[in-house]
Structures are given as C-alpha cells and as structure tokens.
Design a binder for this molecule. Sequence first.
Ligand code: MG
Length: 255
Amino acid sequence: MSTYQIKPAGVTDIGNVRPTNEDYLLADGDLFVVADGMGGQGHGEVASRVAVEALKEAFAADQTTSGLVEAVGQANRAVRERAEQEPERRGMGTTIAAVALVADDDEGRLVVVNVGDSRVYLLHEEQLTRLSRDHSRVGELVRSGAITEEQATTHPERHILTHALGIEPEIEPYVAHAEPHPGDRVLVCSDGLFNELRNEEIVDILNTVGQPNEAVERLVALAKDHGGNDNITAIVLDIEGSPSESKPQSGSRPR
Ligand code: MG
C-alpha cells in the first residue's frame, strides 16, 4: 500500500471576462482532475462535466495506470455520444488532466494523464517541473525550439489545441509517472491559470503558502488580478508521509 497520503484542495473560478465557467474539477479520493471545455453557448460546460464524470466512473472500476488510460477513452466516447444525442452540441470538446494514486505495485505511485493543454506540475525540493505535455500548437512550437515558454503565454495561437476529448473517435493520452516524496506538492490546472502567471509566481506561492487550500486560493486570486481572461481552475495536492506505514530496514548492511 501507499506510504504517503494526499491532502487536496481545489478551486474553479469563472474569471473576469468569460460569461460562463466551462472548466470543471474533481478532487475525490485518489483521483484529481481538471477539464477545460470548449464549444461555446454552454456546450463546453457540458463537455468538461460529461468527460470528468465518465472518467471517474471508469477509473473506479480499474484503479491502475491502464485503467486510467482506458478511462480517458471512455471520457472521449462519452463526450462524443452526448454530442450525437444533442446535435446542437456537435463539435464540443474538452481538455483533461488527471492525477491518480494507482495500485500498480506495492508502493503506490502517481500516474498523470492528459489530453489538450491543461497541466500537471510537481514541486519537489522547491523546484517546479511539468509532468504533463501540452497538445497545442504553441506546445509544439516550444518543443521544436521555435518559441520560448514565455512567448507561448502570449502567442496568438496559444488557444489552438492539437488534441482534445470529443473530437476524434480514438484518443491516446500522454502518460507519465511520478514517485512523490513527503513534502512534495502537485498542481493540476487549466490554461486560465498558467497563461496569467509567470512560472516564478507559481513557484513562489507553492513554496511559501503552507496549506493547500490557501495556496490554491492565492494562485487563482493572482491569476484574476493579472486579468482573469479565461476560466481559472487549480488543484493543489500536498503529499504527506505517514510514519506508521514506514518500512522497517530489511536485510543486513555490510559493515
Ligand atoms: Mg481555458
């Protein structure tokens, strides 16, 4: 079983400009998800909620890495089926970024999956690394070296996704694993957060604000202060050790 516990906090906010909040979040048990819907006229709201609910249900039946990947496929099909039933919603889609504690092995570890440009970051020893991979035009430009991360946040094509749930019949999410340590923090967020904040601002808040609920409130409030041009969603997970489950030293050490 896992040797650590997760303390989560999540906030979603409409921001300052958009008429509706098309983001959706789930922080439930061992599954943490942010989805950013698109499609206009309220359809994005439906896409993100349908996707997250389908993902949650499918993952509950198989809490492994392959179970989570399959759950993303179920979420994709659920959005497409809804659009077929309600043709005015045709073309709606959503990003998804999920972190889960999986039972693939005895230790328990985090698996990250994503489609689109919602992100997952890991803060370890005060350093922030990104665990997800953007499926976006600017993401490709950054990876090819054509533009910098900084330029990507203001690039005119920053909202163009190369993959999203609900669009293609089959989808392959990006998959990554992390071995978290007590004291680490994980951030799951929509582009309404990271497009408004510089990396250093995210790092500063995650490093200095003690409780996850306060950290997540501060992140979202700062993104609103900086414009709040999109819906803003963030989940902060604190990884905490549980000493009662720490493993005894086994075997003999050479002397
Ligand atoms: Mg967005």
